[in-house]
Design a protein around this ligand. Sequence first.
Ligand SMILES: O=C(O)CCC(=O)C(=O)O
Ligand SMILES: [Fe+2]
Length: 284
Amino acid sequence: MADTAAQPFHIEPSPGGVGAFVHGIDLASDLSSNTVGVLRQALGDHCVLFFRDQKLTPDEHIAAAEAFGEINVNRFFARLLTHDKIALVVKEPGQKTNIGGNWHTDHSYDQIPAMGSMLLARETPTRGGDTLFANMYAAFDSLSEGLKETLCGLRAVHSSRHVFGADSAYVKGVNGRIGNPELATQDAVHPVIIRHPISGRQALYVNAGFTLHFEGWTEKESKPLLDMLYAHAARPEHTYRFQWAPGSIAFWDNRASWHYAVNDYHGARREMHRITLEGEALGA
Ligand SMILES: O=C(O)CCC(=O)C(=O)O
Ligand SMILES: [Fe+2]
């Protein structure tokens, strides 16, 4: 078993602006409580952890995720028939729209947003289908002191209606892989700059997928500043592009990162298994 005294794994920051690779660990057998503690801290610091060659059964995937917290069963995603704690993120060869093909962070529309997801690649296209990640600490840190101060006084309204609701073109495009539009009714208000529950660092917490407007501002008033923040946060300096192979895992923290599933593999099949973990209310 891994522990901090004789830690057999090591954590290597990615060559980009976010994320770290965890080498020398088997998530099916090496998750002692010490290891989980070290990895949780690393997740809070690096925003996303990458693992290679994890030969996990669905039950082992669930056990690995549960070592980090309680599972949140996403109410919109199709699930694995045999394991309803595992959401299926699949694109079929004939499908045009993919899931998550724009910058976003998951679950910001919830009052208590999910902490993150452990996404495991089962089938990957021979080329394409990468996922981009962006670092929301870096997005905040690299703003001017003046804008930081303004943003620290703001909250923003987030929603899932336009994405997962009945009228959404996106839902129609993903081939029945997203359902329960009647559950896309909740909105949530969160600070624009949150204090990260693990690291204690400040992070930008608005995203193009689910943020509607600043609280007390109209959408029209909010748009120029949100667009500026979206362009700033997605600067290449803040990002890393992860290439998948079967057995790869990205374990991301929704509070500290965004992600973007690149939709460049039409005609090929991609199947990912996603387990999402419960989070906590976010404060400034
Ligand atoms: O397929 C991917 O790489 C990520 C899709 C996504 O946005 C998600 O699972 O939340
Ligand atoms: Fe996502």
